[in-house]
Design a protein around this ligand. Structure first.
Ligand code: NAP
Length: 302
C-alpha cells in the first residue's frame, strides 16, 4: 500500500499532535506543515526539524491530503483554498447538530466542484464520541442519553504549595491508589531558575503534608495539565419494559486534542477510496480507517 503524504495545516495543539503521530506512523508521512506567515519562522520540535514549513499548500510537493487544524471559524476559508487545488481534506471542527450539517453541505459543494473528498467533524467530539452516542441510541431505541463533562482528576489550588518560593502556581489532586489509600499529587509550575529539589523539599516539609503519601510533579504549564485531565461520561438508559432495562455507560479520561488527532489520521487512510464530496465519520467504513491493518483488526476486534 502506498504511503499517504499528509500536510498539517495550523500548528496549534491538534496540529502538533497530528505532526508527531504522522512522523511516528508506518503508513503515513508528513509532506509539510502549513502555517500563517507570522508563525512560519517559529521553532519546531527536534523530531520535525527536517519537515518543510510553508505558508501555502500550493508550495507543497506531492501531497495526498491536508489535515486542517485551524480554529473552527477559519476552517471553511482554509478548506476552500486547499480543495481548489484538488487536494482532499480532513477537519475536526467543533460544531454539532445543525451547525455541523450546514458546514458539511457548504464543504460538499466546494469539494464536489473540485473533484476532491473531504471528511468533516472528524475529531473526538464531534467524531469518535458521536459514534459511541449513535451506537448507544441504536441499541436502546426510545431511551435517553446524558452527557456529563468533568475534569479527569479533580484538581484544586493549594495555598501551601503556592506560597513556597520559586512556585508560580500549584494544583493538588487526591488520587486513590490501587491499594485503596489516598495519595496526594501536587503539580507545580515553577518560576524561571527555581530549584526543583528545594521546592519539593519545602512542600514536603509543610505540616499539612507531613506523614502523607504525596508526590510533587513540576510541570511546564498547569493550564495544559487541566486541559489534559478532561473527561466525559456518556450515560444511556434504555426505556424500561418487557425486555428489561438496558443501561450503557462510557467514561473517558482523555486529552481531546490527542484523540482528535488520532481520528484525523485514521480517516485520512479512507480518503483515496472516497468519491468527491463531503462526509462525516458515520459515513466512513471502520475497515478503511485501519488501512493495511484492516484484516488484522477484524481478527482482533470482531
Ligand atoms: N472535535 C474535537 O473533539 C476537537 C477537539 C479539539 C480541537 N478541535 C478543533 O481543532 C481545531 C484546532 O484546535 P486547536 O486546539 O489545535 O487550536 P489552537 O491550539 O488554537 O491552534 C490553531 C492553529 O491554527 C492556526 N491559526 C490560528 N488562527 C488562524 C486563522 N485565523 N486562520 C488560519 N490559521 C489560524 C495557528 O497555527 P499557526 O500559528 O501554525 O498558523 C494556531 O496555532 C479547532 O477547529 C478546534 O475546534 C476539535
Amino acid at each position: 500500500m502506498k504511503t499517504l503524504r499528509l500536510a498539517v495545516v495550523g500548528f496549534g495543539r491538534v496540529g502538533q499532535v497530528c505532526a508527531e503521530l504522522i512522523s511516528r506512523s508506518h503508513d503515513l508521512s508528513l509532506a509539510s506543515i502549513v502555517r500563517r506567515a507570522d508563525s512560519v519562522g517559529g521553532k519546531l520540535p527536534e523530531a520535525l526539524r527536517s519537515v518543510p514549513v510553508t505558508t501555502h499548500i500550493g508550495q507543497v510537493k506531492e501531497v495526498d491530503a491536508a489535515l486542517l487544524c485551524v480554529p473552527t471559524n477559519a476552517v471553511a476559508e482554509v478548506a476552500g483554498q486547499i480543495l481548489q487545488h484538488g487536494i482532499p481534506i480532513v477537519d475536526c471542527v467543533t460544531l454539532h447538530g445543525e451547525a455541523l450539517h450546514a458546514h458539511k453541505q457548504a464543504i460538499h459543494k466546494v469539494a464536489f466542484h473540485h473533484r476532491a473528498a473531504a471528511i468533516v467533524g472528524a475529531g473526538w467530539d464531534p467524531g469518535a464520541l458521536s459514534l459511541f452516542r449513535s451506537w448507544f441510541a441504536l441499541l436502546t431505541p426510545g431511551g435517553s442519553t446524558e452527557t456529563r463533562h468533568h475534569t479527569g482528576i479533580s484538581l484544586r489550588h493549594t495555598t501551601v504549595a503556592q506560597s513556597v518560593r520559586g512556585v508560580k502556581d500549584a494544583l493538588c489532586a487526591e488520587v486513590r491508589s490501587s491499594e485503596g489509600g489516598v495519595q496526594r499529587y501536587v503539580y507545580v509550575e515553577l518560576e524561571k531558575h527555581a530549584d526543583t529539589e528545594r521546592v519539593t523539599q519545602a512542600i514536603r516539609a509543610d505540616p499539612l503534608f507531613l506523614g502523607q503519601d504525596m508526590q510533587v510533579f513540576p510541570v511546564e504549564s498547569l493550564a495544559a495539565l487541566e486541559q489534559e485531565g478532561r473527561g466525559v461520561v456518556l450515560d444511556r438508559r434504555g426505556p424500561s419494559g418487557r425486555l428489561g432495562h438496558q443501561h450503557l455507560l462510557l467514561e473517558a479520561r482523555c486529552d481531546e486534542s490527542v484523540l482528535s488527532a488520532q481520528v484525523m489520521l485514521a480517516v485520512s487512510r479512507a480518503l483515496p477510496e472516497l468519491d468527491p464530496g463531503a462526509y462525516v465519520l458515520t459515513e466512513i467504513p471502520l475497515s478503511a480507517m485501519w488501512g493495511e491493518r484492516a484484516e488484522q483488526a477484524q481478527r482482533d476486534w470482531l
